[in-house]
Ligand binder design. Structure first.
Ligand SMILES: [Zn+2]
Length: 328
């Protein structure tokens, strides 16, 4: 319901991705009261994408029967390297022309409310830390498994982004020097072995080579509309091949967790993202066991490894947390 007094007590969280823009309006809880989704269309250029972000924000506000006047601030998680202080996207690899874009300034012109920009993975870990874990752990590692693998670090209760704002590139930790090629140019990055893209590529490649799977019965031979949830369905119907591919990906995630625990000694490691949301039951026990196998003796003592329940809404939730924090 619209509020007559028009007090700016709402915040909007935006998750800007290479393919879609999500936005949500939040009041005091971490449940959005209005949300919206638009395709990014980054091929249309930076200015067009910024207009689409503004539209997506407006749509979510409209959905909640509110007006911009009632919004105190907008938080945005943007892909790539972000300078939070200036609200500038330094470089976004999956977005055409996104080099040194003053996103905060440009979007404030469109919306007329304060805008705050952070790296999307940092935003997700912030969302999980505050909304899901009630900001309890002082040291936290977040790993988000989706199209790629992103990560974020909370150290001593604060987001850690490194001296040049690029820390937390967990997906590009090399875990197999002879592994498959990664989008970044290296070989055997964590992301090239265990992301949704990597899992789907392995499945599609094997099917091309004659591998039998329930997935082709479900979706046809080209597996065009394959989604993470289909993998869960196939596994639950007894598909040993899909089970093995998913288990192997979970083992790599476990190896990634062990490396991070060895280095950082966090209290909690949160594993989230669309793949985990769909396959937590199938993957989490393998992740935990493998992490324990690979970690140095003693480093895993008392460390919790948990699945995030926020799924795809971690981004908008974290962006709302940022906006709330910055407008207080
Ligand atoms: Zn890489």
């Amino acid at each position: 319901m619209a509020e007559a007094n028009g007090k700016a007590e709402y915040v909007v969280g935006v998750d800007l991705g290479g393919t879609k823009i999500l936005s949500g309006v939040f009041k005091h809880s971490f449940e959005p009261i209005g949300s919206s989704k638009l395709s990014t269309k980054s091929q249309r250029g930076v200015e067009a994408v910024i207009e689409r972000i503004a539209r997506c924000v407006q749509d979510a506000i409209d959905e909640a029967d509110l007006s911009l006047k009632q919004v105190a601030g907008v938080g945005i998680g943007a892909p790539g390297a972000v300078d939070f202080t200036e609200g500038r996207v330094i470089f976004a690899p999956n977005m055409e022309g996104w080099k040194d874009v003053p996103l905060k300034k440009d979007l404030e012109k469109h919306l007329g409310v304060p805008v705050f920009v952070e790296n999307d993975c940092n935003i997700c870990v912030l969302g999980v830390h505050v909304a899901e874990l009630k900001a309890k752990p002082k040291n936290l590692v977040g790993i988000f498994v989706g199209t790629g693998i992103g990560g974020g670090l909370i150290i001593n209760g604060e987001l850690y982004s490194g001296f040049n704002h690029t820390a937390g590139e967990i997906g590009h930790m090399v875990v197999d020097v002879n592994g498959p090629k990664c989008g970044c140019g290296n070989k055997g990055c964590f992301e090239a072995l265990a992301s949704r893209t990597a899992i789907f590529q392995q499945i599609k490649g094997a099917v091309k080579d004659g591998q039998k799977t329930l997935l082709t019965e479900m979706l046809g031979d080209d597996l065009k509309d394959l989604r993470s949830g289909d993998l869960r369905k196939a596994i639950r119907r007894g598909d040993k091949f899909v089970d093995k591919v998913v288990e192997t990906a979970a083992e790599y995630i476990g190896i990634g967790v062990a490396n991070l625990v060895n280095i950082l000694g966090p209290e909690v490691v949160v594993v989230g993202g669309g793949v985990i949301e769909a396959l937590a039951d199938e993957m989490m026990s393998v992740i935990v066991e493998t992490a324990q196998d690979y970690a140095m003796p003693g480093t895993m003592k008392g460390v919790e490894i948990v699945a995030s329940k926020l799924g795809d809404s971690a981004g908008i939730t974290g962006a709302a947390v940022l906006a709330r924090r910055e407008t207080k």
